[in-house]
Design a protein around this ligand. Structure first.
Ligand code: ADP
Ligand code: GLC
Length: 483
């Protein structure tokens, strides 16, 4: 059977533009699908970082203004390892360097409706008969709210089947009513069972309402978002569309994240040479200015510092670290209050806590390798990549059992678990529950034999993209057939 042609639409792609896991997924999944024979092309805004990375990108289409508020644009084509990239070239909307969504004060860019309205509009256009590329995909696959209007345009105007993947339902892309006509949607789309949401135009709701198939990034999150507590207002719609919704666990790039070949590490290691992991711990302690204590565990955190990630729970108990005793390394950025909280903690406990505010890929790899255990007490976590990186690096994670964390981390003390324990689940959502788990980790860590077993269980599991890619191909087939 013919494999479907797919236009994969994303607002981030590592290594060029990345604010979180979507960037990693958009780099690895299309490549893996292409490897599996899918005719896939990636549409992404032509941000300055991409223009700089692909100076020879070739113009392949000139697009007129497609709606009253949308300027004309161009499509430039480039290739990365053979994967076709379609850069949406529109300097007026995508010419600003830096964070793809926020301005330099950390606020949403004021024209995000037009910016991602253009991305969605163009995605739909390329999925319609008469596409200027001379190639029409069977499926337009959008990610998160930034591509959410494409399924709506395809619904109202016809064209390819569509899939929307929810990476985080908390971000919904809501804008004023004036954007409806400005972006070229019909007046009759202003209905509660179309794109209107609490008197706003919601990009994400539009996608969830009209995409032929829906997916999210773990089976547990697919169930959770149908529940009011996790659904951020969209649970009723998701329950209504449950038959079209799938949970496909993300993979990780097992070449980029491989402790045996990781160029960021001074001391590569593997599951049968775990001794070298200790050298990475010492190197990390030295780099972060912590004493090189080898008699206590070192916890690692790499995260956006936001309410979602639950790191306020850690701040609430972290003054107890010297008593455990344990050390902590934090790399992250986000909410100013939380950044300040971690910096103050490090100033109070310089022997025990080191904090770096900012985004640093190399240090992220060194923390995964050098830490003994990785902390991810998220309130919700659609999938989470860091716990999978941690498992692969033999750094047992401490998690709350939500979303993809529940699908990947098996508690070492879980009775009757199908898989052997590879980490720790926090039993509850209070600082006290986190504290009890930290004590349990420390206690277990001192039992070297037991710890080695847990590390080896962690490193054994396969998190490559092969299986998820097969599930996406199946989803594309279903969507194309349902259209
Ligand atoms: P989310 O997408 O919700 O932020 P994920 O766990 O899916 O969470 O993905 C986060 C990705 O971003 C991981 O690749 C992680 O290593 C990376 N990351 C997050 N914060 C930083 C940081 N400050 N420096 C380097 N990498 C970071
Ligand atoms: C989102 C989620 C995260 C997920 C990532 C990639 O940013 O918060 O849990 O891993 O998307 O799907």
């Amino acid at each position: 059977m013919k494999r479907p042609g797919v236009l994969f639409v994303t607002s981030e792609m590592a290594p060029w533009v990345k604010t979180g896991g979507l960037g990693d997924v958009a780099a690895a999944l299309p490549a893996s699908l292409r490897g599996a024979g899918v005719d896939i092309r990636v549409l992404i805004p032509g941000y300055p970082a991409l223009q700089a990375a692909f100076p020879d990108a070739r113009p392949v289409a000139e697009l007129p203004s497609l709606a009253p508020a949308l300027p004309p644009a161009r499509i430039l084509e480039a290739h990365t390892d053979g994967l076709p990239l379609l850069l949406l070239d529109c300097p007026a909307l995508f010419g600003r360097p830096g964070n793809p969504y926020l301005d330099s004060y950390g606020k949403d860019q004021p024209d995000n409706a037009r910016r991602f309205g253009l991305l969605s509009r163009v995605a739909a256009h390329l999925g319609q008969p008469g596409s200027p590329l001379g190639w029409q995909p069977d499926v337009v696959h959008v990610n998160d709210w930034q591509g959410g209007l494409a399924p709506a345009f395809l619904h109202y105007e016809g064209g390819a089947a569509s899939v929307i993947t929810v990476h985080n339902i908390a971000f919904q892309g809501c804008f004023g009513h004036d954007m409806l006509a400005a972006l070229g949607l019909p007046a009759h789309a202003w209905r509660f069972d179309a794109v209107e949401y609490h008197n706003q135009l919601s990009f994400l709701k539009a996608g969830l309402q009209f995409a032929t198939r829906l997916s999210t990034v773990s089976p547990t999150y697919a169930r959770e978002i149908q529940d009011e507590h996790f659904g951020y207002g969209l649970a009723p719609l998701l329950r209504h569309r449950a038959g079209a919704l799938r949970g496909i666990l993300n993979g990780i790039d097992t070449t980029l994240w491989d402790p045996a070949t990781d160029a960021a590490l001074a001391h590569p290691y593997s599951s049968d040479r775990l001794g070298a992991k200790r050298l990475n711990k010492a190197a990390l302690q030295a780099q972060m200015g912590l004493p090189s204590a080898s008699d206590r565990p070192l916890f690692g955190v790499i995260s956006r510092l936001t309410h979602q990630k639950g790191l306020d729970l850690l701040l609430a108990v972290a003054d107890g670290l010297p008593a455990l005793p344990a050390q902590l390394v934090v790399l992250g950025s986000g909410d100013r209050d939380m950044e300040a909280g971690f910096c103050a903690l490090a100033a109070r406990l310089p022997e025990h806590v080191a904090v770096q505010i900012g985004f640093d890929e190399t240090l992220a790899h060194r923390i995964e390798a050098g830490a003994d255990s990785f902390l991810m007490p998220s309130r919700f976590e659609p999938c989470g990549l860091n716990q999978m990186y941690s498992l692969r690096y033999g750094t047992p994670p401490v998690v709350r059992a939500t979303g993809g964390l529940a699908d990947t981390v098996v508690d070492i003390d879980a009775p009757l678990a199908a898989n052997p324990g590879n980490g720790f689940r926090i039993d509850g959502d209070s600082p006290h529950a986190l504290w009890m788990t930290l004590e349990r980790v420390c206690h277990t860590w001192h039992n070297r034999r037991r710890w080695l077993d847990i590390q080896q269980n962690a490193m054994r599991r396969d998190f490559s993209w092969e299986q998820p890619a097969r599930e996406y191909i199946e989803l594309y087939r279903e969507a194309a057939a349902a259209r």
